[in-house]
Design a protein around this ligand. Structure first.
Ligand SMILES: NC(=O)c1ccc[n+]([C@@H]2O[C@H](COP(=O)([O-])OP(=O)(O)OC[C@H]3O[C@@H](n4cnc5c(N)ncnc54)[C@H](O)[C@@H]3O)[C@@H](O)[C@H]2O)c1
Length: 270
């Protein structure tokens, strides 16, 4: 047990989880807290945050290790203030899980609303990766913290989803910039990796995949047919990879990789 504990414990670390008021990131935040970390959930929606903080506090059994900060990740001043507040809560921050993101709109190229494409691109690439990473790494370099970033990409970043332009472009760029940041930040001991989830039911895609009665939509059926495991993922199936990537002992020489967690979606062939 001690060996596993030494390898994977996040005790003494503080993790900021963006998109923490949402479905997947609150579960990953809960996993970090259960692995011993202080966890600060960041989100633009206060009501989502309040609810998830209670859930996490109960899950880890120590309400003092779970907090939240409201932030608009598209606004650099808001991110700077949220980082200062987070550092003041637990003394320092070591782990950044870039999880905020989502999609809006779906159309053939000829019908695409460019304002939607631009919004989704900014949400997933700038708010969901680049802006928080810029401010955290600047804080880490200045304070000599050997931090770890975990970006949430998507299968859409490896194989574009039909009619979903902004999201696929942004997630491809997140994987691309994970590699770039890993190289640039390696001299500072900062690790940068990503995970690429397959399909998980969450607020942003529920209506696309499930009918109100819980049955599959046509898109939901297509996803399941394309997923060799024949089901959607369970959010907690993302936790192990995130704890691994967050742990300096388990992943101290791991940087610039992307871990697919997709029920073999990318292995699909005929
Ligand atoms: N659900 C899936 O199947 C799936 C698959 C692959 C990747 N992902 C990615 O996982 C991540 C989490 O998604 P989810 O499915 O749990 O969605 P979700 O909608 O439940 O969570 C996303 C959260 O981001 C927050 N957010 C949006 N804009 C923000 C902003 N400007 N500032 C701060 N917070 C903001 C939202 O309020 C929300 O709570 C996203 O990056 C998503 O693209 C999800």
């Amino acid at each position: 047990m001690n060996y596993l504990n030494d390898m994977f414990s996040l005790a003494g670390k503080t993790a900021v989880v963006t998109g923490g008021g949402g479905v997947l990131c609150s579960i990953i935040g809960s996993a970090f807290a259960k692995a011993g970390a202080n966890v600060i959930l960041w989100d633009i929606r206060q009501e989502g945050l309040d609810e998830k903080v209670k859930v996490l506090a109960q899950a880890c059994g120590d309400p003092t290790r779970v907090s939240s900060v409201k932030v608009d990740l598209l606004n650099e001043d808001s991110v700077k203030q949220a980082l200062e507040k987070s550092v003041s809560l637990y003394g320092k921050v070591d782990i950044l899980l870039n999880g905020a993101g989502g999609n809006k709109g779906k159309a053939f190229l000829t019908e695409a609303k460019i304002e939607d494409v631009e919004f989704v691109l900014k949400l997933n690439l700038l708010a969901g990766c680049i802006i928080p990473s810029k401010h955290f790494t600047s804080y880490w370099i200045k304070n000599k913290v050997k931090g770890a970033i975990i970006n949430i990409a998507s299968m859409a970043g490896l194989n574009p989803l039909s009619e979903v332009y902004g999201y696929s472009m942004a997630k491809a760029a997140v994987i691309n910039q994970t590699v770039n940041m890993a190289k640039e930040l390696a001299p500072h001991g900062i690790r940068v990796n990503s995970i690429a989830p397959g399909f998980f039911i969450a607020d942003q895609n529920r209506a696309l995949l499930l009918n109100p009665d819980g049955s599959l939509t046509a898109r939901g059926k297509a996803v399941i047919a394309h997923t060799p495991y024949g089901r959607f993922g369970e959010p907690d199936e993302l936790s192990g990879a995130c704890i691994f990537l967050a742990s300096d002992n388990a992943a101290g020489f791991v940087s610039g990789i992307n871990i697919a967690i997709d029920g073999a979606y990318m292995a699909f062939n005929i």
